[in-house]
Design a protein around this ligand. Sequence first.
Ligand SMILES: Cc1ncc(COP(=O)(O)O)c(C=O)c1O
Length: 459
Amino acid sequence: MTVVDTARRTNTPLGGPTLAQERKLVTSIPGPKSRRLSERKAQAVSAGVGISLPVYVVAAGGGVLVDVDGNSLIDLGSGIAVTGVGNSAPRVVAAVAAQLAQFTHTCFTVAPYDSYIAVAEALNRLTPGDHEKRSVLFNSGAEAVENAVKIARHFTGKQAVVAFDHAYHGRTNLTMGLTAKNQPYKNGFGPFAPEVYRAPMSYPLRDGGLDGVAAANRAISQIEKQIGASNLAAVIIEPIQGEGGFIVPAPGFLGTLLAWCRANQVVFIADEIQTGFARTGHMFACEHEGIVPDLICTAKGIAGGLPLSAVTGRADIMDSPQAGGLGGTYGGNPLACAAALATIDTYESDHLVERAAEIGTIMGERLGSLAAADPRIGEVRGRGAMMAIELVDPTTGEPDAALTGRVIAAAHAAGVILLGCGTYGNVIRFLPPLSIPDALLLEGLQVLAEALAADSAAV
Ligand SMILES: Cc1ncc(COP(=O)(O)O)c(C=O)c1O
């Protein structure tokens, strides 16, 4: 029996601490203690920091978050696809505690340590392709994206970068420029970095049924006309778009783009920051279509909740920058590296790639039967434990952001953490920790079904 089977039978969270795996509300959401903390937050924290669900957490593990008022909520967000192995996963806790007692920081570029190398070796082994690779470690996803672009520019000697409609790559200056959506990510924060261009994405629900090859050729034609391959350093793309709405491009889109990049000395960068590390039922989402990117950016699920990110890719590209051109004070911090090694061990030893696929089957069946009976669900899409529903006006097919907001709010009030996304604000995404027990996952989806039903009854 696999670890996954054992967990499902006993209803024990995979690897999580011994928190009761239950949805339990003892106050309204948010409760009084959380509301008081929200008042303090308003006085102490920049108003620019928005919060999806203002319940203040004191413990988490398996498939639940416990708040300061004693409520236990079902976690269908994983802190935005971070805690794939679960919160405070035992191997991660043990590894970080051991590292904490040894040393906390030297700066790898001053006095190095072997765990950084071990993380790089693991990334070189796990990412798609069996060519020679190198990795470099940073702190956040945005920092990885910034550095992937730096490396691609250095290697090619070219400057332009193409990102896609609906893309999200971060909130630093360059990554805001790469990100498509104005509100809230870019509004009032310009000017943005130059030499960033946007191309049309493949969005099967909304691009008139273009197949993947045709959608890629549309993008390539625009790139050739407006930029020219001789000026283009890199194309950056999320193999499944995250914040943009869990958009899965039509089959052939990524492969056609990749082939064009290869033929034109353009570096193909896959941003797998949200899709990476078992989430989609493969270790990396590129694997679903056999895509081998030149560079791949990772973060989020890499280190069980500790801040770490990476760029991994072809050795000739990665070795291009001069010594000292890449790095930073904290990149590949020893605590984060210890966490990453334990996290990667957990994905592999606990068969969490298979578990993500299994979660995908459960969510796909449940969401599919909801959609079959409810024309407000315009599409169910995603892969593995990264699924979403897009909510629409059934008569026009237009995005219904208001309904989306109401359903998410109702789920929150009932003790289920759901996240929205999408350029049009009409997508609900499901990113459960891979440590969630089946019963809790099904209960979370039942709460969603009830929220949708109650909304249609109310309208
Ligand atoms: C695809 C993708 N790229 C980049 C980022 C930015 O990562 P970070 O928030 O760690 O800077 C995110 C974060 O949501 C993301 O989903």
